[in-house]
Design a protein around this ligand. Structure first.
Ligand code: FES
Length: 176
């Protein structure tokens, strides 16, 4: 390129692309609409997804009874847990049959019969067993299934702290 051509190029006026009025209106209205839609829709999305985003807490233990009240004879205790199921919170009442084994260790059994889910009770027929009123299933003190049901009673996680018994999640029987 000659010096003359260079000089011409450097003095050529810069051409700006002008935005048309139509483009300006499209951008402005489009941006405003997107902003307003975002403001309306985002809270709804957050509300819908909120329970799914929350971490599930570790299974909480619930204080049920003083350890000193527990004997070798199973006793029925009722307690409430705080339950969150999606958007629905409730405080259902649970039941546990709590007793000590030969070594003095505390354990707690679920009252739900493993046959069809009726509620069992201790020693209703004088045989020192758990009995189910629905179809006569029987279980030993450890929850072992004797008749009708195919599996032993479930048990609760047990924690003892400062003289109190706390119950946690229900799990398959570990005793039989
Ligand atoms: S539900 Fe308990 S024996 Fe059938």
């Amino acid at each position: 390129m000659s010096n003359h051509e260079q000089h011409e190029t450097s003095h050529r006026p810069v051409q700006r692309k002008e935005m048309s009025r139509r483009q300006f209106l499209s951008y402005t209205l489009g941006g405003t609409t997107a902003f307003m839609m975002g403001g309306a829709v985002l809270p709804m999305v957050r509300f819908a997804a909120d329970p799914l985003l929350k971490k599930k807490g570790e299974s909480a233990y619930v204080k049920v009874v003083e350890e000193s009240k527990i004997t070798n004879e199973p006793q029925e205790f009722k307690f409430k847990i705080h339950q969150v199921d999606g958007w629905y919170e409730s405080e259902p009442e649970l039941v546990a049959w709590i007793s000590k084994n030969q070594q003095g260790e505390v354990f707690a059994l679920s009252p739900v019969c493993k046959h069809l889910g009726c509620t069992i009770a201790w020693n209703t027929k004088g045989k020192n067993e758990y009995d189910c009123p629905c179809h006569d299933a029987r279980y030993s003190k450890d929850g072992k299934n004797i008749t009708v049901a195919n599996t032993p009673l479930d048990e609760y996680d047990v924690m003892i702290d400062q003289g109190f018994i706390y119950l946690g999640a229900i799990k398959p029987n570990t005793r039989v």
